[in-house]
Design a protein around this ligand. Structure first.
Ligand code: NI
Length: 175
């Protein structure tokens, strides 16, 4: 069994496709994909990941806010695996903050996101669930959801001047 942990980079077609719904929760392939997503996210110090980033065009995201080398100030939460997520905006206040993406290495950019969302999703067994996310976890979710729609966060950047190198980003947050 080979683990599929190569992260697709910007330019890969799969990152620009609308991902398909998951309907077979029992398959070994699905279980393996969940494991690979989780492993790839941890390996790369990510706070979230979406299945298209591993080259699989399926509607699965993981939101796992926690302090990491890439996001030292992120709040800690248990990883949330969301299959076939849909969401409603609960607080449309737009908050502009820094984002990065494992598929767009080396840079960070300011992106506006809604402050709070309510997400309906299925868990890894297919059971329907609902959760309210706000602030940073809501931002991570909206970023990952975009991947399912064939979007990346750069599509939402308002000005090229809001894009900086990751090296510069770390200098600024350390300052
Ligand atoms: Ni991303």
């Amino acid at each position: 069994m080979t683990e599929k942990t190569e992260i697709m980079q910007l330019g890969a077609k799969v990152l620009r496709q609308q991902a398909l719904a998951v309907d077979d929760f029992a398959s070994e392939e699905f279980q393996r994909l969940i494991d690979s997503l989780h492993a790839a996210m941890l390996e790369s110090n990510g706070v979230g990941i979406a299945a298209p980033q591993l080259g699989v065009s399926r509607r699965i995201v993981i939101v796992a806010s926690r302090p990491t080398a890439r996001y030292p100030h992120a709040p800690d939460m248990a990883p949330l695996i969301m299959v076939n997520p849909r969401y409603e905006v609960l607080d449309a206040t737009l908050v502009k903050d820094w984002e990065g993406c494992l598929s767009v290495p080396g840079i960070r950019a300011l992106v506006s996101r809604c402050r709070a969302v309510e997400v309906e999703y299925q868990d890894i067994r297919g059971k329907a669930s609902k959760i309210l996310l706000k602030d940073f976890p809501a931002r991570v979710f909206q970023h990952e959801y975009d991947h399912l729609q064939g979007m990346v966060y750069l599509d939402r950047v308002e000005s090229n001047r809001d894009i900086i190198s990751e090296t510069e980003f770390f200098k600024q947050i350390a300052a």
